[in-house]
Design a protein around this ligand. Structure first.
Ligand code: UD1
Length: 362
């Protein structure tokens, strides 16, 4: 049985890796890694494959960047050819990027069964491209693997039959647990001359934060202000780097106590997060990782598709104007104990069991 695992962009690689390892070890199927090429810079892609112990992709579509329609369309055209030549029994798509939607559509049109890992997340904000990708992918997938009860509720509310849903937990936690020893050994903070808990980590890439000059300028100003209380480390996503340069904001950012650097590998990044005092982000995955680790997370967004990180984790949603006071408050709160059901490092095993059962093999 051939199972395609679609890997496209940085946040996908962490979700595919534990599942790849689990399926390869179980031996009842052949997992095939299909890299669409949505993320292609070595530090956005190759470094993640290396860290996560994945073989080079079995298929590489090489689609690269473009507008949403171009990127989605190119993935569909290229992936359809692959399916026609060597038809998989299942297509597993993860997360909410353009390639997730594109490959789900290809599968649905060719009557190949599609399974969506990290199904059911909703921000309620249709201006986010990811929200459109989630809604469409979930509505055409045959099998939906959810991380938490709110995701099940969202799918049921959208009219998706309960028989298609299996709650499996959060696979990002599997990646962390898989690499915990390497992460704890990496010592990134020490390498940067920083003391544990003596710094904050920043990541930003959402179009809603970085694509508008005024908004990005406000964020940069508040980060510079906040860095007077707590030095910050900021690995900059390519989209954000381009905008900072275009808007002439890079110098201002570097004027604060902010270490501006290239994107880090997974192990390097998590090593910094583990030792940090707090994290400022607009990423989805980082809200989950910090919640799992009990590290305060300040999310520069109006909504989140991951509400358990707010209700049961360490996450707070805020406006950039609140950043300076919220950094102070988060420094007071410190690290806390959290426990979220099924975020336990065993999600890949549950996904594999579900896939096997749904294939009629168990
Ligand atoms: C994409 C996902 C987003 C995810 C994010 C994580 C969509 C709609 N968005 O956003 O959900 O959270 O990845 O990183 O799928 N670029 C490079 N090198 C790369 C990759 C991108 O230079 O390796 C540049 C591209 O030229 C592009 C920009 O960064 O203009 C954005 O890349 P893109 O994949 O379109 O979207 P992201 O903002 O990364």
């Amino acid at each position: 049985m051939l199972i395609d695992l679609i890997a496209a962009a940085r946040p996908n690689f962490m979700k595919v890796a534990p599942l790849y390892h689990e399926l390869a070890a179980q031996g009842w199927c052949t997992p095939r890694i299909v890299h669409t090429g949505q993320h292609y810079d070595p530090n956005m892609s190759d470094a993640f494959f290396a860290d996560l112990g994945m073989p080079p992709p079995h298929v590489h579509l090489g689609v690269g960047s473009g507008s949403h329609a171009e990127q989605t369309g190119r993935v569909m055209i290229e992936y359809e050819k692959v399916c026609l030549e060597d038809r998989p029994d299942w297509i597993v798509v993860v997360g909410d990027v353009n390639s997730t939607l594109a490959c789900a559509l290809v599968g649905a049109k060719l009557s190949i069964r599609v399974a969506h890992l990290e199904a059911g997340l909703r921000s309620g904000d249709r201006t986010m491209p990811e929200e459109i990708n989630r809604i469409v992918t979930d509505s055409i997938a045959d099998l939906l693997w959810t991380p938490s009860p709110d995701a099940d509720a969202n799918l049921l509310a959208a009219g998706i039959p309960a028989e298609r849903i299996d709650r499996v937990g959060n696979i990002m936690i599997d990646s962390f647990e898989l690499l915990r020893p390497k992460i704890l050994e990496a010592g990134m903070a020490a390498k940067l001359g920083l003391e544990a808990r003596g710094f904050g980590v920043v990541t930003l890439h959402r179009p809603s934060n970085v694509d508008r000059h005024e908004k990005l300028e406000t964020i940069v100003e508040r980060l510079v202000e906040a860095s007077k209380r707590l030095p910050l480390v900021f690995p900059v996503h390519p989209r954000t780097r381009r905008r900072l340069e275009e808007f002439g904001l890079r110098g201002r950012l570097e004027g604060g106590a902010i270490r501006v650097m290239e994107p880090l590998s997974y192990v390097e990044f998590m090593s910094l997060v583990v030792d940090s005092r707090l994290v400022v982000t607009d990423s989805g995955g980082v809200q989950e990782e910090t919640s799992y680790l009990g590290i305060p997370c300040l999310t520069l967004r109006e909504n989140t598709e991951r509400p358990v990180t707010v209700t049961e984790g360490t996450n707070r949603l805020l406006d950039p104007e609140e950043l300076v006071t919220e950094v102070a408050a988060a420094m007071e709160r410190g690290i806390v104990e959290t426990r979220i059901a099924l975020w336990d490092g065993l999600t890949a095993r549950r996904v594999a069991a579900s896939l096997r059962r749904r294939s009629g093999l168990a």
